[in-house]
Structure formats: C-alpha cells, structure tokens
Design a protein around this ligand. Structure first.
Ligand code: CUA
Length: 348
C-alpha cells in the first residue's frame, strides 16, 4: 500500500475484494448460520416464538416486524453496495453524497427506529395495565422462587411452580431478597427484573391450558441456569378448587414409612428452614413443603418430584446445584433418606 493515493486504496480495494468473494459465498457465510440460529430458537419450552399468552403473541409480532424491517434494510444496503461496486463504480458528485446521507443516514433511520420504538414502548405499557384481580407474589431467592397467592381461606404459600387460571389477566408482584433476578415465562409474555428493595409488576394472560416453563433471565450467581419453574395453566373452576386445596394443611403420613420420614424430618431440624403446615415444621427460610408432592419438580425445576431425586437432593444439594444455601445431610443413611423423601413425596 506504500505510495498509493487514498482514492486508489478505496476504489481498487473495494473492487478487488468484491471480485475475490462471489456474492453467493457471502450469502452462504452469513445467511445460513444466521437462519440456523433463528430456527433453532423457534420451538422448545423457553421459546418466545411459540406464544400461548396475549402478551407473548404481541411481543412475537413486534419481533417479526423488527426482523422484517432489519432484513429489508440489510437487503437495501447490500443492493446499494453491489450497485456501487459492480454495476456503476466510479465517483459521485458531492450533491449526490449529501442527499444520500440526508435520506439514508438521517431521515430513514429516524422514521424506522422511531416507529419501532413507539410500538415497543406502547407494548411495554400495555403489559403493565391492571389485571383481573388475581395477584401472585413471587420472590427471587438463592436459587429458587417463593410463590404466594391470596385465597378466601388465607395466604397460600408455595415454591418453584406457579398455577394460573386460563383467560385471566394475572398480576405478578415481583421481589428479590438479595441480588437481581429476572422473572420470565417466554410463552406467556414479557420478562421483568426482580430488584431488592422494590416491587415490580407484570401482568400476563394465558390463552391455552397446559404446562409451560419459566426461568430466571438475569445472571444471579452460580446456579443461575438452574433457576427455573413450571407454570400450569388451568381452567378457572379447576384453579379455584386447587387453590382451596392448597390453603389446607399437609396430608397425614399415609404409611408407616412416611410416618417415620416425618419424625426424621423434625428430629434433624429440617423444620427450622422449611414449613409443613399442620406439623411442627414452621421454618420460612427455604421453600414451603406443605404440598411438595403436588409439584412437578424440586430444586427450582432441576429434579423430578420423586422419592429417589428428593433423597439424593437432601443428602448433597450442592452436588446438584452449586452455591445452594441448603446444607448437606451426609449423616443420614439411605433408609432414613428414603423415609423422609417418601413422606415429602406423599404431600399432595
Ligand atoms: Cu436468579 Cu438468575
């Protein structure tokens, strides 16, 4: 390049680069991997592009509009680049350059980005409009979700699973005890940060019965990726029935093994952190276990709610979830672990 003039560098460099790399290879190199990444995110339990809630459907529409506008702008710019480099190479007047900057560099971006921003901010406000009455308090803990409903029989405390009635705008009040988490149910609607010291709101409406998945969407520590939860959307009458059942105390141990499990649970001090309504266990530090057996998973969506995984979890929680606050119980032998797990699993 030594001794070359600036115009030679620009024009010759642009021409030779365009001639060396054919257009179809450029397309293959960028469009194909891009399309694969896009398509791989279209399905699955945490996909925003498989909406089952009114908010999620509107977020997906905004996404498709943004991606369409971006693709059109990209095609337009590529067409101009090919035109300038291959079809009509050469100098343009300063007047043409100014016009191009005014329309392509200022006017077009202001109109396009302004319209999309207006749509986006409007949608955010719509997602915060008041709900139909049901309020669910959710608190981000280390690393699980504390869930509380208000019912006619008093508060219903649960964890790591949320149930909502179909077709009702449910208001979530979101809190955090320590660091910032983010509450996100991709198939139902937008996400919202949970910030210590403040209460954030999010209103979601499910449009289909079924079980969906939620996750923490803000890095919050070692087990951030193991902080998920199930969302069960039920018919309104079934939801009311379920809520009334959850407001009641825990079931009595159905077998002698489960009964031994309850004794061991209390003897080993588990009740200092966990509550099981109707027993002496009244701890509020960890998840409420009153109806653990009715939940689909334990440890915030990490393990199935079955005897084996529950026993393994009690023995060494950190082996499953690094950074968890629950201590290990290596002093319990396998028979004792199975007895406790059998009791907990029976708590429908
Ligand atoms: Cu909680 Cu990430």
């Amino acid at each position: 390049m030594a001794g070359a003039t600036p115009s030679q560098i620009t024009n010759e460099g642009a021409l030779s680069a365009a001639q060396r790399i054919p257009a179809h290879r450029i397309l293959k190199g960028t469009a194909v991997p891009g399309l694969c990444v896009l398509l791989s995110a279209c399905e699955g339990p945490l996909s925003t592009l498989a909406p089952h809630g009114s908010g999620a459907a509107r977020v997906a529409s905004l996404f498709y509009a943004m991606i369409t506008v971006a693709a059109l702008v990209w095609l337009f710019v590529m067409a101009l680049a090919v035109f300038a480099a291959r079809v009509a190479p050469g100098e343009n007047s300063e007047r043409t350059g100014r016009k191009f900057i005014l329309f392509g560099g200022i006017l077009l971006p202001v109109v396009l980005l302004g319209t999309l921003s207006w749509w986006s901010f409007g949608l955010t406000n719509e997602l915060l409009e008041p709900g139909d009455g049901l309020v669910v308090d959710v608190t981000g803990e280390r690393f699980w979700w504390r869930v509380q409903y208000e019912s006619e029989s008093g508060p219903v405390i649960s964890a790591n699973e949320i149930r909502v009635p179909l077709g009702e705008r449910v208001e979530f009040r979101l809190r955090s005890t320590d660091v910032i988490h983010s509450f996100w149910i991709p198939s139902l609607g937008g996400k919202m940060d949970m910030v210590p010291g403040t209460v954030n709101r999010l209103v979601l409406e499910a449009e289909r019965e079924g079980t969906f998945r939620g996750a923490c969407a803000e890095f919050c520590g070692l087990a951030h990726t193991l902080m998920e939860f199930d969302v069960v959307v039920m018919a309104p009458a079934a939801f009311d029935e379920w809520l009334a059942q959850q407001a009641g105390p825990a079931a009595r141990p159905p077998t002698s093994l489960a009964s031994r499990g309850l004794d061991l649970f209390l003897q080993n001090g588990c009740g200092a952190c966990h509550r099981i309504a109707g027993t002496a266990a009244d701890g509020r530090v960890g998840p409420d276990l009153t109806h653990l057996g009715s939940r689909r998973s334990i440890a915030a969506g990490t393990l199935p709610s079955e005897v084996g995984p529950i026993a393994g979890w009690i023995s060494h929680p950190a082996a499953v979830k690094e950074g968890v606050l629950m201590p290990p119980y290596p002093m319990l032998d396998s028979d004792e672990l199975v007895a406790i797990a059998t009791y907990l699993e029976s708590l429908e």
